[in-house]
Write a protein that binds this ligand. Structure first.
Ligand code: WT7
Length: 651
């Protein structure tokens, strides 16, 4: 059986800058030592990290209890996440340092020092208690990107009430599903949040979502935008009113390392969303260690991850992994292009951001908007860049390196998932050479391989299925309420060995052992017996000077099995015409080969995306094959895009 063919060859290599290496938290020597320890004794490696990076109230009896697919890390140990993010920084110089610098979309700015954030968290923890929330109860958070979201999360962790954050862009229906499935007893929300200059209502959606949901006893509402919202007596309370009377004393609960920390829902290819469960000690160890090593966090840094806290990236690397290291985390409420296309660069300049972590889709948007916007700002405060969420095409990587990083900042392309909790495959910025488009190597203590459908190791440079071959501390502990689905989705792809985790991504390793992620395996096309990753075709298209963004899907074809359809957003409008079609076909032929040449190329000024920026290929596949859109479109950012794409087909 042919493995997924890997056709993209990227030869550029970037060595860490000696000046960066000199100051790196993990330089080449330290990284090599830890990598060796991680390979030979993964449990010893993670135990060392847990001791160095996390404060425990009492020690573990056993590092790992592994009964595949169920893991317990740091068995018997006790800790508290909010203690690690706040209290332990209060006795030294970090006490009055900014923990959160927040900027609202209208331009309002708030700074909370570690001491101030601690105070707010303790007060809100007491508010939760006053609302009857007990250890183990689930609390749903449906909020804009405002400091109260971080405060509410940390307050939940303080009393051991797992949070269930639902991204503010989800509909009332999606919210209801998630509240019901988690059995939340309380909901924290806001009247609305600012998005593209308008208030995005949230409380209204909560009212609709919890109508008839018996588990929910209490709703706490932050006043953010000011519109009138109906408040139901006995159930709904204003945040500011409850906080006014709350005590600022709340000792952290001493929680078991395996105490549930949060549930976060993620969509699968089929069925209802899966409630991914993460627990306390292992998760905290994983995110704190990776953040320090990969983002090279220092006390002087202003770190900015642009992800919404409603996604795993925000949980792990806006809040927990960053604050646990005592680092200042910048939070921004609004849209990247409000009021103008330079908003991000303006924020970086004004706040002196030194570490910037964003998604390839954002980078491609900025490329399209034009270099003049970043170039009109002083970005010299930046010293490290990161990407996450999807494969980054080498040309976007090079633009990021050149235009945003001024050729001086290392780029960490970090591969991980909601399920992995923390980063798994990544460069270490002071120790690993980077190649545009490659997430490079596993983080020490993580073991991954490329396997065939049968479970054999695929020889480089051929592609196959990405597998994780041993448990890691940040791993999901299950799907909420559904152990069977947990086992089937992640641990049943290969019969032997039965402790191999199926990530659902296609990838290949090059001869140097570098990982190249090729996208979800359900996006892999089989064209004339050649299995080709959609990402590789997209990357070829995007490398054309006139292309801003491209999405490629397969449609059934009588002769070739699958024919490739490309949806392309050209720079400078959709009136691009036949010459560009011909040029793009040639480009793909040149970059990859004639078998990867798209049968159809359609120009569009927007692609259907989820609110987290992922292209919804499922919808494009339907359009490409002329089908009515079946299935769920509730996560689509802009529904009108679908209608436009269909028109472009008819026109
Ligand atoms: C999927 C996980 C945890 C990050 C936010 C998304 C894709 C993630 C990369 C990367 C190539 C990536 C994978 C993965 N992905 N990072 N650096 N290079 N692909 O979390 O929604 O759980 O999605 O995102 O396909 O399986 P998620």
């Amino acid at each position: 059986m042919p493995d997924i063919e890997s056709l993209l060859t990227e030869k550029r290599t970037f060595k860490p800058d000696p000046a960066f290496v000199k100051q790196a938290n993990w330089n080449r020597r330290k990284a090599a030592e830890l990598r060796e320890l991680g390979e030979k004794h993964p449990k010893r490696f993670w135990a060392k990290m847990a001791k160095e990076n996390v404060t425990w109230f009492s020690p573990w009896k056993k590092v790992l209890d592994w009964k595949p697919p169920f893991a317990k890390w740091f068995v018997g140990a006790k800790t508290n996440v909010s203690y690690n993010c706040l209290d332990r920084h209060l006795d030294g110089p970090r006490r009055n340092k900014a923990a959160i610098i927040w900027e609202g979309e209208p331009g309002d700015v708030r700074t909370l020092t570690f001491a101030q954030l601690h105070r707010e968290v303790c007060k809100f923890a007491n508010v939760l208690k006053s609302q009857g929330v007990k250890k183990g109860d689930r609390v749903a958070l449906y909020m804009p990107m405002i400091p109260e979201l971080a405060i509410a999360m940390l307050a939940c962790t303080r009393i051991g009430a797992p949070h269930n954050i639902v991204f503010g862009g989800f509909s009332a229906e999606a919210l209801r599903d998630r509240i019901e499935d988690a059995g939340a007893v309380a909901v924290v929300t806001a009247d609305a949040g600012w998005r593209r200059g308008k208030p995005l209502p949230l409380k209204d959606a909560v009212d609709n979502a919890i109508e008839g949901v018996e588990s929910v006893r209490s709703v706490v509402v932050v006043k953010r935008c000011g519109p009138e919202v109906p408040m139901r007596a006995g159930r709904d309370h204003w945040w500011h009113e409850l906080m006014a009377d709350a005590s600022a004393k709340c000792p952290p609960a001493k929680l078991d390392a395996e105490h549930p920390l949060f549930i976060l829902y993620t969509s699968g290819t089929t069925g209802k969303p899966k409630g991914i469960l993460h627990t306390t000690g292992g998760y905290l160890t994983h995110v704190t260690t990776t953040a320090k090593a990969i983002f090279d966090l220092k006390d002087e840094d202003v770190y900015w991850c642009t992800a919404d806290i409603g996604w795993i990236t925000g949980h792990s690397y806006v809040v927990y992994g960053i604050l646990a290291n005592g680092t200042t985390s910048l939070m921004y409420e609004g849209a990247p292009t409000t009021p103008g296309p330079d908003r991000f660069w303006d924020i970086i300049e004004r706040h002196g951001v030194s570490i910037f972590y964003t998604a390839p889709t954002a980078i491609r948007t900025f490329i399209r908007l034009g270099d003049e916007h970043p170039k009109s700002h002083d970005l010299t405060s930046l010293r490290l860049l990161g990407t996450v969420g999807e494969p980054i095409n080498p040309e976007a990587w090079m633009w990021y390196h050149r235009v945003i990083g001024g050729k001086r900042c290392p780029i960490v392309d970090t591969w991980w998932q909601t399920e992995t909790g923390g980063i798994m495959i990544t460069p270490l910025p002071g120790a690993v050479d980077t190649k545009p488009g490659s997430a490079t190597l596993t983080f020490p203590g993580v073991k991954a391989a490329i396997l065939s459908e049968e479970g054999n190791v695929v020889k480089p440079p051929n592609g196959g299925l990405l597998a994780i071959q041993q448990p890691w501390p940040g791993m999901l502990r299950g799907i909420w309420g559904d152990p069977k689905r947990y086992r089937e989705t992640y641990w049943s792809k290969w019969k032997n060995p039965k402790d191999t985790y199926f990530a659902g991504d296609g990838a290949h390793k090059d001869k140097q052992g570098y990982f190249w992620i090729m996208g979800r395996v359900d996006d892999v096309m089989n064209v004339s017996g050649h299995r080709i990753g959609t990402m590789e075709v997209e990357s070829a298209l995007v490398s054309h000077a006139k292309v801003a963004e491209a999405a490629v899907v397969g449609r059934p074809d009588e002769i070739t099995g699958t024919a490739i359809v490309a949806f392309v957003t050209p720079i400078g409008g959709t009136e691009a015409g036949d010459t560009l079609v011909a040029e793009l076909r040639r480009q793909v032929t040149k970059e990859i080969g004639a078998m990867a040449k798209p049968a159809d190329i359609r120009f569009t000024d927007a692609l259907p995306k989820t609110r987290s920026g992922k292209i919804m290929r499922r919808l494009l596949r339907d359009i490409a094959s002329g089908k009515e859109t079946a299935g769920d479109t509730s996560t689509l950012e802009d529904l009108s895009v679908l209608a436009k794409l269909r028109e472009s087909d008819e026109g």
